[in-house]
Each structure stands twice: as structure tokens, then as C-alpha cells.
Design a protein. Structure first.
Length: 185
């Protein structure tokens, strides 16, 4: 084992309970097997389940190693807070970030009582507040700016991402020869 070893993990998936469980399992195994100084996640995601994203964010923040994220395509929706869990954040040229408010999927032919609608509304409000708080904590975005992004739903480019410190640098993704590369699937 090399001192200061970096483990590269490729993640290009929707955020779901299964994809997050698999990534957490992969990272846990890499921590045991390789004892890395850094986990470098090659990351692109269309977003997905809010609760899974928040769980993965908290897991990444708890790790006793440096976490680096590199956006290699698009980081959308709840994937933004997972991306922000990293200590160091990069984006490849031609990548982007999509922000929108919290959503909850509803199956066709579903009916709700007034109490259930109020419960769903309060749940969405709490989720959106959690997401907004995480974004504000790790970037230069103010709460009012995040609320505007959520209300409009906007894709943002790299100038915005750099100016608001969503990323620290724009650079091509490169994996040094001989590196350990794991695929999250």
C-alpha cells in the first residue's frame, strides 16, 4: 500500500436508494482494502431521490479521508449536494449544474386527503430547506439566490460555478497511470 494513495471511483447514475447504498458499500470496502488518503469521485448524475442524496451527503462528510469530486458532465438536482460534500471540487470543461426546487413523484391514479396533502407539502418544504442550507453552507450562494434558482429551475455553467465557489477549478479529468479505479454500479 502506498502512503497518500488516491482511490478513483466513477459514478454516473441516478440518485436512488440502491445507487447510494452501492456507492457507500464500495467506498467502505475501498477504505478497508486500500486505506486511501483520498477518495476521488468522478461524478455525473441527473439527480433523483432527495432522501438518498441527503443520506449520501452525510455519509461522505463523515469519512476520515479527503473527498474530491470532479463533475464530468452534469450534476443535477439533488446530486448538487452530494457534489458539495467534497472538500475539493472540480468540473471538466463543458460540464454544468442544474438547480430546481424539491419535487415528489406521484403515481397515476393516486388520491390524497387534505391531511396527506399538508403532510406532503411540509415534507417538500423541509427537504427544500435542507438542500438550500447545504448549498449555502458550501458555496457563496445566498439563501435568496438559491430560492430564485429553485423557483425558476436553471442550468448553470462553469463561470457561475466558479464565481459562486460551487467548484474550485475547471480542469480536464485525468487519472494517473497505475491508479486504482473502481466503478460504482
Amino acid at each position: 500500500m502506498l502512503k497518500d494513495q488516491i482511490i478513483y471511483i466513477n459514478f454516473y447514475q441516478e440518485i436512488s436508494p440502491i445507487s447510494c447504498q452501492n456507492l457507500m458499500k464500495l467506498i467502505t470496502a475501498a477504505m478497508v482494502d486500500y486505506k486511501p488518503a483520498e477518495i476521488y469521485i468522478i461524478f455525473s448524475s441527473p439527480g433523483g431521490a432527495i432522501s438518498s442524496g441527503i443520506t449520501l451527503y452525510n455519509f461522505l462528510k463523515s469519512l476520515p479521508v479527503k473527498i474530491t469530486m470532479h463533475n464530468t458532465g452534469s450534476v443535477d438536482s439533488i446530486a448538487n449536494i452530494i457534489f458539495l460534500a467534497a472538500e475539493q471540487r472540480y468540473a471538466a470543461p463543458n460540464s454544468s449544474f442544474l438547480f430546481h426546487g424539491a419535487k415528489m413523484p406521484v403515481r397515476a391514479e393516486t388520491s390524497f386527503s387534505l391531511n396527506e396533502i399538508e403532510e406532503l407539502s411540509s415534507s417538500l418544504k423541509i427537504d427544500q430547506d435542507k438542500i438550500s442550507g447545504i448549498i449555502c453552507k458550501h458555496t457563496k450562494l445566498k439563501k435568496t439566490e438559491v430560492e430564485k434558482l429553485f423557483n425558476r429551475g436553471e442550468s448553470k455553467g462553469l463561470d457561475f460555478a466558479t464565481n459562486k465557489e460551487i467548484i474550485h477549478e475547471i480542469k480536464e479529468m485525468t487519472i494517473p497511470s497505475g491508479s486504482i479505479l473502481l466503478n460504482a454500479f
